[in-house]
Write a protein that binds this ligand. Structure first.
Ligand code: SAM
Length: 326
């Protein structure tokens, strides 16, 4: 628990900074190098951290990246994490490129809840946004996840004015055909390379208006235990739902239950703050599980009350989303 009484039950764990896509709002756009392997948290280090946190009240771990499915040993890691005492759920956010092949094994490893990122249904625009011509592969990944029985399946779409905002209705319409949740996420100023500017921001309110005028009335649904910060709505008669995540226009800091661990083992207490605590360093120096528990207890005390993205000329944070994990 942090000093404001928020229970931190949810860890977003970036298992690699490597990715098979180069999304214009997420990954570095200039020439860059991946983190050296030795800098990345090792399998055993991740398990040690999760074991300690599981005993302290952590309940949910989301595997993210970079692209989590490109990390060597990810299926074993998911399975081992899911078996730790205290951990009730291991889920994943993926770009879906490798999902068509890996869905059965991922399911067998114990992952049930999967978020797949997809910002457009237009293959050419997909290639422009992600730098790779792989729309068909991602779409097959989504169909495989449905076949396999993952539940819930959520599609994450980041909406950027002038880039993919004309796709809002088409994306929303997917919820009338499939039992999935399409989640619209406000474009966030994360990473010095994100190409973010205020005039690219489309607020969730605008997105909802567009959907209502194109596709009909949105009816509010109970958010339920695993909707997180999303406000959930549905279109009449649709098997799926729509989620709206508005970290900028209507932030949810007061109920934030998240901590983040970057691929190089730094604890981030707020997505928008570059303040990081080096967990890998203390682990590699040698620390007992009990001491690691005390270290985390002291660390989470520093979680800020709210984020300051966009305040006082402060523009999000410098580290790219691809190395934080979203
Ligand atoms: N590679 C995986 C994927 O594509 O889902 C996991 C990592 S990715 C960083 C996690 C999520 O962050 C994705 O849904 C992505 O769309 C979202 N994201 C990245 N940069 C963002 C930004 N600037 N604003 C809003 N969402 C962003």
């Amino acid at each position: 628990m942090d000093q404001y009484g928020r229970r931190l039950t949810y860890l977003r764990l970036s298992v690699t900074d490597r990715c098979n896509l180069r999304c214009i709002y997420c990954a570095p756009q200039q020439a860059f190098s991946w983190m050296p392997h030795d800098e990345v948290l090792r399998y055993e280090e991740i398990l040690t951290i999760a074991q300690v946190l599981g005993k302290m009240g952590l309940r949910k771990i989301r595997l993210t990246g970079g692209e989590p499915l490109v990390r060597y040993g990810i299926l074993d890691l998911a399975r081992d994490l899911a078996q730790l005492p205290g951990i009730r759920e291991v889920c994943m956010t993926t770009n879906g490129v490798l999902l068509a092949d890996l869905a059965p094994e991922l399911y067998a490893a114990g992952v049930r809840h999967i978020n797949i990122s997809l910002d457009t249904l237009d293959p050419a625009l997909f290639a422009t946004i992600t730098g790779r011509n792989l729309f068909g592969q991602v779409w097959n990944g989504i169909l495989s996840a449905l076949d396999q029985g993952f539940d819930p399946i959520k599609i994450n779409a980041v909406i950027m004015k002038g880039i993919n905002d004309h796709e809002i209705e088409r994306l929303a319409e997917l919820s009338t055909r499939y039992a999935i949740q399409i989640r619209f996420i406000e474009f966030m100023p994360v990473g010095s390379d994100s190409n973010w500017s205020e005039d690219r921001l489309v607020t969730c309110e605008e997105i909802m208006q567009r959907i209502e005028s194109g596709l009909g009335t949105l009816t509010k649904q109970d958010s339920g235990p695993d909707s997180g910060p999303a406000a959930i709505y549905s279109l009449d008669g649709a098997p799926g739902t729509l989620g709206f995540i508005s970290p900028l226009s209507n932030h949810f800091c007061a109920s934030c239950n998240r901590i983040r661990l970057t691929a190089d083992g730094r604890l981030r207490l707020c997505l928008f703050s570059d303040h990081e605590i080096d967990v890998k360093k203390v682990l590699r120096r040698g620390i007992s599980p009990k001491e690691l528990g005390s270290f985390f207890r002291r660390a989470v005390h520093m979680k800020p009350k709210g984020h300051q993205a966009l305040e006082n000329g402060h523009l999000g944070c410098r580290r790219t989303m691809s190395s934080i994990g979203g």
